[in-house]
Design a protein around this ligand. Structure first.
Ligand code: ADP
Length: 427
């Protein structure tokens, strides 16, 4: 039986999931938690994590793996020299020092472009130009690109999910002219469709870990797209809501939707578009008032069939971007009933109304009509909340089939190998 390995580099650690081709079942799951805060995690630690994950997969499974794909955190980037060695510390996904270059970027990129954010990969690259080590650097890579390089040995390759925030034109499948004109003296990655097989494993990796000769390494993706792929959503109109610390919506659509004012942009997913937006509301507000155990027990006492109508807009502090774009939007958490069950009921409804409004906005902007919502994150296990959301959204609301990004990345590698032949980029 053929097996496929997906590797997820998230914020708190790395995970690997091995799935089979027949039932898409998980055959092995391995983990490497990061001990330190993200600020001190170096490429050396990523490399160690990658090899420890490979080592943990049982021998008999490793031999049957036909493809490996890796996802990284979106916009975690680094510079490397001609041999692939990092020339400086990477800039992590949330590093905002590129804000110093936003004005400059605005004068180059089209209005409302995805790169016009302090944390975009392009803002980071422009910031890196003033590093003393910049002259030694040959390639600019995303985290997933560099980890893939460690396995297949080809430098300068990325995928169009990771490359979106670098400014790559995912519709035309090329770097836009305004970006080429910048003439940054660095090799920008050659961009492939996520999942495309790139090359076999380096011989030394094959021998060290006992992989088969025909195991291919595929182009990767980002962590949040990988989690979407794991969910089971496949058709236009299907969506995934992530009820974690914040509320994140992703709706699969035949139409591309972009609006930087609301932080809405679309990733390409084959012939479809993954449209989405993120609100500051979410589980972090619930956590301010209730423990997880209280959330469970109090939720059981809520009658999900009736509306509490407290008109809350739950936020930790003022300001939201999606579905209401207002940096001064005040949290609305009054009036507060004495009964905690009623209060929680109001909070869950408040977050649900924001979710419903978010999907409405995406559809108003041209995304496909919402038909089904899969759910991930800490709130997905709350059946009362699911029932409240189904009442508001008026469509089926279900739990994601799988929530692990590594599972989605394994699927991506499997599809990539099945649908295409190995591309020889540097022949
Ligand atoms: P993160 O985005 O930080 O990865 P998680 O997906 O782990 O978040 O979800 C954590 C959040 O889920 C917490 O903010 C918590 O308030 C919320 N949560 C946990 N259990 C429940 C529950 N039973 N009902 C609703 N929310 C819950």
């Amino acid at each position: 039986m053929n097996l496929y390995l997906g590797i997820d580099f998230g914020t708190s650690g790395a995970r690997g999931v091995v799935i089979d081709e027949e039932a898409y079942c998980i055959q092995a799951e391995v983990r490497y938690p990061f001990q330190d805060s993200t600020a001190t995690i170096t490429p050396k630690i990523w490399q160690e994590a990658l090899f420890v994950l490979l080592e943990q997969i049982p021998d008999q499974l490793r031999r049957k793996i036909k493809a490996i794909a890796i996802n990284g955190t979106s916009s975690t980037v680094l510079l490397v020299d001609a041999a692939g060695n990092p020339t400086d510390a990477p800039l992590m996904y949330n590093d905002a020092r590129g804000s110093l270059l936003l004005e400059h970027l605005r004068s180059i990129a089209p209005p409302n472009h995805t790169v016009l954010s302090a944390t975009s990969s392009l803002a980071k690259l422009l910031w890196m130009r003033q590093l003393p080590s910049f002259s030694e650097a040959r390639y600019f890579l995303h985290q997933a690109d560099w980890l893939g390089f460690l396995l297949h040995g080809q430098l300068g390759i990325s995928d169009y999910h990771n490359a979106l925030k670098l400014g790559y034109d995912v519709e035309e499948l090329k770097y836009p002219e305004w970006l080429e004109k910048l003439q940054i003296p660095i090799q920008l990655p050659h961009v492939l469709t996520p999942g495309t097989p790139i090359a076999e494993l380096r011989p030394e990796i094959m021998d060290k870990f006992g992989f088969s000769r025909d195991c291919l390494v595929c182009a990767g993706t980002t962590d949040s797209i990988a989690a979407f792929l794991a969910s089971g959503a496949k058709l236009p109109g299907e969506a995934v809501t992530s009820l974690g610390s914040t509320l994140v919506l992703k709706l699969l659509s035949r139409t591309r939707v972009e609006d930087a004012r609301y932080g809405i942009y679309s990733h390409r997913l084959g012939d479809l578009w993954l449209t989405g937006g993120a609100s500051n509301t979410g589980g972090a507000v619930l956590k301010q008032f209730f423990t997880n155990a209280e959330l469970e027990s109090l939720s059981r006492e809520i009658d999900a069939s009736i509306a509490r109508e407290l008109d809350y807009y739950p936020l930790l502090k003022a300001g939201d971007r999606f579905p209401i774009n207002d940096p001064n939007l005040a949290p609305r958490l009054e009036p507060r009933p004495d009964n905690p069950v009623e209060f929680l009921h109001g909070l869950l409804e408040g977050i649900t109304r924001i979710e419903a409004r978010g999907y409405e906005l995406l559809q108003q902007m041209g995304a496909d009509k919402l038909s089904r919502v899969y759910t991930a994150g800490g709130g997905a296990a709350n059946d009362t909340w699911t029932a409240i959301r189904a009442r508001y959204l008026q469509i089926p609301v279900v739990a994601s089939v799988y929530t692990e990004a590594a599972y989605g990345t394994a699927l991506l590698g499997m599809e990539g190998v099945k649908n295409s032949n190995c591309v020889t980029i540097f022949s």
